[in-house]
Write a protein that binds this ligand. Structure first.
Ligand SMILES: *[C@@H]1O[C@H](CO)[C@@H](O)[C@H](O)[C@H]1NC(C)=O
Length: 417
């Protein structure tokens, strides 16, 4: 009996200390979480959301591309959501910095609309799986601020997980790696938390590539040097094709899934130009313009794409540091409304995996494609072919908001010589 009373007393005691913490934290977050009231006037934010996402996509792409072999896949969407969650609980200085980087408006109604749009881009159906996990993993001794925690959970921005980071870092690291199926060689657990996010894509094209013609074919560098071979899948079909004059690239959109709910948009630089300055010149507006230029072709397009699976593990912390985000990892003030003691993530790593194969919902066209005779105009000729046998950039987009879920570059052939 006595021990029971003691237990009750203890739990009351800890509840009240907890409450004290909550009260101070809560009042500090008051200006962030004031009830926005009715958000009815904000129904049409898609355009602005899309522009914000394009900008963030391109800014991160430019950071990531030059760090390796120009072969990578990353998820700007997953990173955006993870950072938005951290921004929601960050102190004024860090929050401003993050909102600027993410192009998130300060208006709370608009922000919440953006979060709704972002969190509803995923799919787990037989024809298209696009899944993302995002988590702040905190040490067992760290308590999150429930106001922040509820907000980020409610908006499906971020999960909070607990692991014995300090007590048993080895076990914690292997659990984290297991949960997100990643090696994360640079997982630094010296802080009291880590940020992790993942995205996986595996889908069926709306129209399959032709089974018979996946064949080993040469792959070239930008300079036209033969650098290896790929398994090229080919098909002849009508599709949407366009041109981005600013980077001299042909672009092609290929729909994915039963209802074409996603698409892959590929940019193939034509002409022997160095891709590095081209990536450097990229802007969100160039991407938007390119996508607007997509038009259904008059003649069927001869399309050839390598079949591959690409997996990247990205040290997002380094990328973000180069974009000016430093307080989040080092300044206890920055995250003191997120948890107690303040979360100081010592790592932020992202894993993304994307698989391109030939399978589709519908079989490839076998009947005569509707055609207006052989291409005669030079323009028709130019747009009648899309052979990705040299480095190309591409993204996975959702059709409703046309924002980028995964951004990718392919430059290293499956069978190098
Ligand atoms: C996106 O970037 C362009 C410059 O490329 C800028 O003019 C525009 O304001 C940015 N949009 C947002 C939403 O930040």
């Amino acid at each position: 009996m006595r021990s029971l009373i003691l237990l009750v007393a203890l739990s009351i005691c800890s509840a009240s200390t907890n409450k004290r913490n909550i009260v101070t934290i809560q009042s500090s977050l008051d200006d962030i979480y004031t009830d926005p009231g009715s958000c009815h006037g904000y129904t049409n934010v898609i355009e602005d959301y899309r522009e914000a996402m394009y900008n963030f996509t391109i800014e991160t792409y430019k950071q990531v591309a030059p760090r390796g072999t120009y072969q990578f896949v990353m998820s700007p969407l997953s990173m955006w959501m993870t950072l938005a969650a951290m921004a929601e609980g960050a102190n004024h200085y860090t929050q401003n910095y993050l909102f600027d980087l993410l192009h998130i408006p300060r208006n709370q109604c608009i922000r919440q609309k953006y979060y709704e749009l972002a969190a509803s881009r995923f799919s787990l159906t037989a024809d298209a799986t696009v899944v993302s996990k995002r988590a702040l993993v905190i040490d067992e001794g760290v308590t999150t601020n429930p106001v922040w925690h509820n907000f980020v959970t409610k908006h499906r921005l971020l999960d909070v997980l607990t692991a014995p980071l300090k007590y048993n870092p080895g076990a914690a690291a292997s659990t984290i790696r297991q949960v997100v199926s990643a090696n994360f060689p640079r997982l630094d657990l010296r802080g009291n938390s880590v940020l992790i996010d993942t995205m996986d894509y595996n889908g069926l094209w709306n129209t399959a590539f032709a089974d018979a013609v996946v064949k080993r074919a040469p792959f070239y560098s930008i300079e036209g040097r033969h650098i290896g071979a790929v398994d090229l899948m080919t098909v002849k079909r009508h599709g949407k094709i366009g041109y981005m004059p600013a980077i001299q690239a042909k672009i092609l959109e290929l729909p994915i899934g039963m209802n074409k709910q996603y698409s892959i948009i590929i940019a193939l630089v034509v002409g022997n130009i160095d891709i590095r300055p081209i990536i450097n010149q990229m802007k969100g507006s160039i991407l938007a313009e390119g996508i607007r230029s997509l038009k259904e072709t008059r003649v069927p397009i001869h399309i050839a794409l390598p079949q591959f699976k690409i997996n990247s593990e990205l040290d997002a912390k380094i990328i973000l540091e180069d974009l000016g985000i430093t307080s989040l990892w080092t300044d206890p003030e920055a995250t003191r409304y997120i948890s107690s003691p303040p979360a100081l993530p010592s790592s932020y790593v992202q894993r993304a995996t994307l698989t391109l194969n030939k399978h589709g919902v519908h079989p490839p066209p076998i009947t005569e494609l509707r055609s207006f005779g052989p291409p005669t105009a030079p323009e028709d000729l130019f747009f009648s072919e899309f052979i990705a046998d040299r480095p190309f950039m591409f993204g996975l987009f959702d059709t409703e908001t046309h924002t980028c879920l995964m951004s990718t570059m392919y430059s290293q052939p499956t069978y190098p010589i």
